[in-house]
Design a binder for this molecule. Structure first.
Ligand SMILES: C[S@@+](CC[C@H](N)C(=O)[O-])C[C@H]1O[C@@H](n2cnc3c(N)ncnc32)[C@H](O)[C@@H]1O
Ligand SMILES: Nc1nc2[nH]cc(C(=O)O)c2c(=O)[nH]1
Ligand code: SF4
Ligand SMILES: [Mg+2]
Length: 210
């Protein structure tokens, strides 16, 4: 049973519903190919029908875990920590990232931006979703924009989202995994015609690693 005290610590971000943590290679986006320790926090109500971690959605199925123990594990493995989910911004990321920075770790986040940006981040990967758009404030903070391409309209959505980020934000189109064979030729063609975009692949899935 989860006590009121634990619920209050989760509300403050001192504990987080931890789904899994693993040391792997960042598979996607700007830092692809770089070793990093992943912290996957449960809880997401954005509801992408093609989400590749639906098991993360229900926060109640993931044990509230003290951030001290999460950080202690992370520091053993890597100096680059990727916080993902689920939707990590469901929770207050201030305590976790403050503790990671106190250990001199680089903090990266993978987020849909659907909830207020909390925490101290060295790298923000914003991956906007049509069904729950990012809040206005995060666009100017994003270091990379990673739009998932599932169908043709997603290119239109990608341009709408790119119009909102800062000048230095790096722009990626990433095929939705289940339709990758169908959509990848269109992405290749689009990037050659619109070279401000780059292709991002989920390289960890090709490498058969987490
Ligand atoms: C599982 S999400 C978790 C973080 C956050 N909720 C988000 O969506 O950015 C991590 C990254 O995987 C991407 N992603 C999820 N399912 C995918 C799929 N089936 N194919 C390609 N990318 C996917 C998301 O867009 C996001 O960039
Ligand atoms: N290797 C690897 N790289 C990733 N980049 C973003 C991921 C995520 O699920 O947020 C992810 C992931 O799950 N595994
Ligand atoms: S926002 Fe992220 S975790 Fe949530 S459903 Fe979409 S891809 Fe999955
Ligand atoms: Mg993933």
């Amino acid at each position: 049973m989860i006590t009121d005290e634990v619920m209050s610590l989760v509300d403050q971000g001192e504990m987080l519903p931890l789904m899994e943590e693993f040391y792997t290679i960042q598979g996607e986006g700007y830092h692809k190919g770089t070793a990093a320790y992943f912290i996957r926090v449960g809880g997401c109500d954005v509801g992408c029908h093609w989400c590749d971690v639906k098991e993360s959605w229900d926060a109640a199925t993931h044990p509230p875990t003290a951030i001290g123990s999460i950080v202690m594990n992370a520091a053993k493995y890597s100096d680059t920590i990727v916080v993902t989910g689920g939707e990590p911004l469901t929770w207050n990321m201030e305590p976790l990232t403050t503790a990671l920075k106190a250990q001199n770790l680089q903090t990266h986040i993978e987020t849909s931006g659907a909830y207020p940006l909390t925490g101290i981040w060295d790298w923000i990967c914003l991956s906007p979703k049509k069904n729950k758009l990012p809040l206005a404030d995060i666009y100017g903070q994003a270091d990379e924009l990673k739009v998932i391409i599932y169908n043709k309209h997603d290119f239109v959505f990608a341009e709408e989202q790119a119009a909102k980020v800062g000048q230095d934000c790096i722009l990626y189109l990433q095929p939705e995994w289940s339709v990758r064979e169908k959509v990848t030729p269109g992405i290749v063609d689009y990037v050659m015609k619109n070279p401000k975009w780059k292709v991002s692949l989920q390289t960890h899935k090709y490498l058969n690693i987490p």
